[in-house]
Design a protein around this ligand. Structure first.
Ligand SMILES: [Zn+2]
Length: 55
């Protein structure tokens, strides 16, 4: 049991770093650049669909 506790406290050191809220990878920001680009692309595609539907 004490071993698990040691592991947990060791993990706490890394918890300070952020994790991408999309892919969960370690990242300095809330959403890593890869996912940011992906989200941007999806948003653009959605915009296109909306424009298409509007016409
Ligand atoms: Zn990500």
């Amino acid at each position: 049991m004490s071993e698990a506790e040691t592991k947990d406290s060791a993990k706490g050191k890394d918890v300070k770093k952020h994790n991408c809220s999309i892919c969960g990878r370690e990242s300095d920001v809330l959403i890593c650049h890869a996912c940011e680009d992906k989200l941007r692309g999806e948003a653009l595609e959605k915009k296109k669909d909306v424009e298409r539907a509007g016409r």
